[in-house]
Design a protein around this ligand. Structure first.
Ligand code: CP3
Length: 341
């Protein structure tokens, strides 16, 4: 019998002897082997061609020896199946942003079998090829709505937040459609082999607690419940969202990803027995070796006292030297949580 992998034990709430390690955006532009493939094929093709997506997912596993493999894809991947045209420059750009009720009414809600079927093929291949557990993911309705309504990345996603204030009924329709899409999309990923899922509500921190409770929390709950029924652990992420921790703690999930602004020891109090994931500042990896070591140790100490998955507070920066990422990962994996000084 094979032993349950470290990453899945931590997700099950076990206070493991060492913390499993992976990094958000661990496949990407800081890796020369990624850039070589991207120059040849382009981002969309890399996400759609199973052979390429599997290769790119496994690149950081080989080079860095991380304890989990996250599907190489994007939160925007299922949106073309709703009838939305998306490009990457390099962030997502929506050809026709949803700026009217009619545009939101026109959004198609595809059946499970119609949503990015290539992602299912990629996950099946990954399960066969990956030496570590495979993580599926999706964007949460609010964060997807930010890109759909705004049309591109923005500092405050004022158009999306404005829609929620000025026309709550239309906003609700958008949340409902995106929740249905995302629940189906993640269930498909689990059927194809994802062993855990992460729901990225990256920009939820822009919302006040009441607005989060009204729109985002019920949509996220629907998605998490649908995936939970399939028996895989669920990780919830929201950046700069400590003011929403009460709401997030009420959601059905096994783990919460925490950014670098708040110590993990404080997060642990908010999330009780759940696993905590995080929270090295990605900027630390731009430093010289010694400052990285100290920062890694600080995070690991803060993470003691319950299940901890060592990760960054948000995605790895493209300026990161792969050797510095490797140094942080090795150090975290060697940290003995039972005999921490
Ligand atoms: O973590 C991984 O290694 C898996 C791959 C992954 C990508 N996007 C690949 C990607 C994941 C998990 C995502 C999720 C995603 N995409 C989120 C949620 C995570 C977060 O950061 O909060 C969001 C908000 C997006 C939207 C998005 N896609 C942005 C903002 C960008 C630009 C990123 C940048 O660094 O400029 C993208 C494009 C994108 N997604 C790239 C990658 C590797 C860069 C594309 C390129 O190589 O040109």
């Amino acid at each position: 019998m094979t032993e349950t992998p470290l990453f899945l034990r931590a997700l099950a709430g076990e206070d493991t002897a060492t913390a499993p390690v992976w990094f958000m955006r661990q496949a990407g532009r800081y890796l020369p082997e990624y850039m070589a493939l991207k120059e040849k094929h382009g981002f969309w093709t890399m996400m759609r061609e199973p052979e390429l997506a599997i290769e790119v997912t496994l690149q950081p596993i080989r080079r860095l020896g991380v304890d989990a493999a996250i599907l190489f894809s994007d939160i925007m991947t299922p949106l073309p199946d709703m009838g939305v045209e998306v490009a990457f420059k390099p962030g997502p750009v929506v050809a026709e942003p949803l700026r009217s009720r009619a545009a939101i009414e026109a959004l198609r809600v595809p059946e499970q079998g119609e949503i990015a079927p290539f992602v299912g093929t990629i996950l099946k291949g990954l399960r066969a090829a990956s030496p570590v557990p495979v993580v599926g993911f999706a964007g949460a309705p609010f964060t997807l709505g930010c890109y759909l309504v705004e049309g591109a990345g923005s500092k405050d996603y004022g158009r999306m937040r404005g829609l929620m204030k000025s026309d709550p009924e239309t906003a609700q329709m958008l949340f409902d459609k995106l929740a249905t899409l995302t629940a189906r999309y993640l269930c498909m990923q689990v059927e194809a082999g994802a062993q855990a899922v992460q729901l990225f509500d990256s920009w939820a921190g822009l919302l006040d607690a009441e607005t989060y409770r009204r729109f985002a929390a019920p949509a996220n709950r629907r998605i998490l419940e649908a995936v939970g029924a399939m028996g895989v652990p669920r990780i919830m992420l929201a950046v700069d969202a400590a003011h929403l921790w009460t709401e997030i703690a009420a959601l059905p999930c096994e783990a919460v990803s925490v950014d670098w602004r708040h110590p993990l020891s404080v997060a642990r109090k908010a999330f009780g027995a759940r696993a905590i994931q995080g929270n090295l500042d990605p900027a630390e990896l731009l430093g010289a070796g010694e400052t990285i070591d100290a920062a890694v140790d600080r995070v690991l100490h803060e993470g003691l006292g319950g299940a901890h998955i060592f990760n960054l507070g948000h995605g790895i920066m493209k300026e990161t030297a792969p050797d510095m990422a490797l140094r942080a990962i090795r150090r975290a994996q060697a940290f003995d949580r039972r005999n921490a000084p």
